[in-house]
Design a protein around this ligand. Structure first.
Ligand SMILES: C[S@@+](CC[C@H](N)C(=O)[O-])C[C@H]1O[C@@H](n2cnc3c(N)ncnc32)[C@H](O)[C@@H]1O
Length: 275
């Protein structure tokens, strides 16, 4: 278990965008790969949808407990929201530290598993806890090379319980899950619109396979640029659909509202849970 420790990283990550445009083969860590993927996958429309929900909630202190490499926490911080980020993956946090410097927005980062979201360690509870980007399905497998998982719904409930305890009574937890995880689907293929980032054009495709009997999903992601440099990642994760997640949430939180405002069919559907 990773205890919540505020990380004071002097990140030595190189200039990420420049590296991307110069030499895609230099992208080796999952954090660097995810950062590029997230820039192709996330959109301004999706961010605006989150922004409008968060503004309406009027939350003062926000914890992004799956902050990854900074979507949406960096943009929220730039707009004056009071953010704290946490994540289990130290590489993500190091990269986010570099990106914070470049975006001139500094907010505290904690290296912390969801199972250890502890108000004593953080020294506070939050008005709003975010867990976006279908992160919840990866609670034991955000790593290349994880070969198998056996779904344990009680661990899933523990995660939600920890989201609840780190959030103030009367506050909210906002959880995102991909709209494609439905029991009628066995596969999903997505070809993203080419994205221009740092002077380079990137192409990305996703192939997801759903093994409902094993409660397992595989995600294959291929990214390339016009020089035909490329990388792929393949991650596995647990599989449950939005209605199952909603049932878990209803047994943990006072009230759960489903919100479908993100623009693309591959973006999240949101569950707004009241603590
Ligand atoms: C799909 S990425 C999403 C990142 C970001 N929110 C976004 O939307 O771009 C999933 C994130 O969840 C984090 N994560 C997965 N399991 C975790 C756990 N048990 N505790 C804390 N973070 C976890 C991963 O390290 C990763 O940064």
């Amino acid at each position: 278990m990773v205890q919540p420790v505020e990380v004071n990283i002097q990140s030595n990550y190189r200039e990420i965008h420049d590296t991307f445009s110069a030499d895609m083969k230099a992208i080796t860590s999952l954090a660097e790969k995810w950062h590029l993927i997230s820039q192709i996958y996330h959109s301004q429309g999706e961010f605006e949808a989150y922004l409008s929900i968060i503004r309406n909630l009027g939350s003062q202190r926000i914890l992004d407990c799956a902050c990854g490499t900074g979507f949406p926490s960096i943009e929220l911080a730039r707009r004056g929201f009071n953010i704290v980020g946490s994540d289990i993956d130290l590489d993500n946090l190091e990269l986010l530290r570099t990106l914070q410097g470049r975006a001139s927005c500094d907010f505290p980062l904690f290296n912390c598993s969801w199972f250890n979201l502890d108000k004593e360690a953080f020294g506070e509870q939050f008005d709003l806890t975010l867990c976006l980007g279908s992160s919840i399905t990866y609670f034991e497998s955000w790593n290349e090379g994880v070969a198998e998982l056996s779904m344990n719904f009680s661990d899933m409930r523990k995660c939600l319980e920890c989201f609840r305890t780190i959030t103030k009574p009367g506050g909210f937890v906002l959880i995102g899950i991909c709209k494609h995880y439905t029991k009628t689907k066995r596969t999903t293929s997505i070809t993203f619109k080419p994205r221009h980032i740092g002077g380079e054009t990137y192409h990305m495709t996703w192939a997801l396979e759903y093994f409902w009997d094993k409660r397992l999903k595989t995600w294959q992601c291929d990214v390339s640029n016009i020089e035909e440099e490329s990388f792929s990642i393949r991650l596995i994760s647990y599989l449950f659909d939005k209605d199952e997640l909603k049932d878990f949430c209803l047994s943990t939180f006072r009230n759960v509202k489903e919100i479908d405002v993100c623009p693309e069919p591959y973006h999240d559907i949101l569950l707004l849970c009241e603590v």
